[in-house]
Write a protein that binds this ligand. Structure first.
Ligand SMILES: Cc1ncc(COP(=O)(O)O)c(C=O)c1O
Length: 357
């Protein structure tokens, strides 16, 4: 049983038409036993709207902009959701704000929190815990982004470097949480989904009639939030997930119909360098996403360049994956109204300089 938070609804109702109660869906999508098992919780509209109001106490809504040069490049009407313009330069901050709110309501006394991250989840946790006056321990793998590490320290986090990748850092953080009695903020949790879902609420309300939205997938909170909002608003917009070719765990899992872990996760898009998918996130994605597009690091680098030359925004690798996927699918998307989520702009100078050339 996964944790039940107030005001959450089961993700199944919007999809019931596609499932048969108590049976496995013909394509083997999900084992659904309606009425006895709650397999994933998605926020309803009231929760999303309440979360948005809470987020706006800390930051303003981010813009969504239709850039003419990007439209000309792709042949589609492209709206960029500018999550690079938040106080930590990434969408994750929204999840941190809502998560810490929920936590404060549920647990009056905790000694501090701990999280594993490649940087943006850690910044969001550090930002929110600093506001709550709590200790934040953040575990990053060796060789993590220098500038993201500096930003987390500047927000007051205690940084621990451990392991070769996110997964090893995550496992170490779980051990430290146990031994030090810290609350672990995992990278995928219902309150994070609600919080980050608020960017999609802004996007869908600002731009009517979107045919599709491309969303990067790391551990899955962003895309699950987008699916939740799409369904809560009763829209038909296709939600298209994007992964990096060097970290294809979610694409492999989507195709296989079960979690498939990979041995490595090597990509310029550090924010989506996931090796072991989250089971609950995968179920929601399999229910609600149209497909998952895999983009190479060369395509990601090109998209980072295009975002710079066409909009003069800086996108980190993960933040450029959505545009990379749209450009890969430009032929099918020609003439359609689509959105790409520029999920973050936190790229180290020494990584970005050679990308620009
Ligand atoms: C910039 C950026 N984009 C996308 C993602 C993936 O987000 P999620 O873990 O919600 O799938 C992350 C994760 O940290 C990120 O930092």
């Amino acid at each position: 049983m996964i944790p039940v938070l107030p005001n959450f609804v089961n993700c199944m109702p919007p999809y019931l038409g596609r499932f048969q109660a108590g049976r496995t869906r013909a394509a083997g999508c999900i084992n659904v036993t309606v009425g006895t098992r709650r397999f994933m919780l998605l926020p309803d509209l009231a929760s999303l709207e309440a979360a948005a109001q809470r987020v706006y106490q800390v930051m303003p809504p981010t813009p969504q902009i239709c850039w003419p040069l990007l439209c000309a490049r792709s042949g589609a009407e492209v709206w960029v959701k500018h999550e690079n313009h938040t106080p930590v330069g990434a969408f994750k901050i929204r999840g941190g704000i809502i998560y810490m709110d929920e936590l404060a309501r549920r647990e009056a006394r905790i000694p501090g929190v701990i999280a594993a991250t490649r940087g943006n989840h850690g910044q969001s946790v550090a930002f929110a815990t600093a506001r709550a006056g709590l200790r934040a321990v953040i575990v990053v793998p060796h060789g993590n982004s220098r500038e993201k590490n500096a930003a987390m320290r500047a927000l007051g986090a205690e940084l621990v470097e451990y392991g070769r990748d996110f997964q090893e850092a995550h496992e170490h953080a779980a051990r430290l949480a146990e031994s030090q009695g810290l609350h672990m903020v995992r990278s995928f949790a219902p309150a994070l989904v609600t919080g980050v879902g608020t960017y999609t609420l802004e996007l869908f309300r600002a731009v009517a009639g979107l045919d599709a939205v491309y969303v990067p997938i790391g551990m899955g909170s962003g895309i699950c939030g987008t699916i939740a909002v799409r369904d809560a608003l009763g829209l038909r917009t296709e939600v298209i997930g994007v992964v990096a070719a060097g970290a294809p765990a979610y694409a492999l899992s989507f195709a296989a119909g079960r979690p498939v872990a990979t041995d490595t996760a090597d990509t310029i898009a550090d924010g989506v360098a996931c090796r072991v998918p989250d089971t609950e996130a995968l179920e929601v994605i399999r229910c609600g996403a149209a497909r998952i597009v895999t983009v190479t690091d060369d395509e990601i680098r090109a998209a980072m360049r295009h975002l710079f030359t066409d909009t003069h925004n800086i996108a980190e690798g993960a933040g450029a994956t959505a545009l990379a996927a749209l450009l890969q699918e430009a032929n099918t998307m020609r003439g359609r109204r689509v959105a790409v989520v520029l999920s973050g702009g936190n790229v180290d100078r020494e990584v970005f300089a050679p990308v620009l050339g």
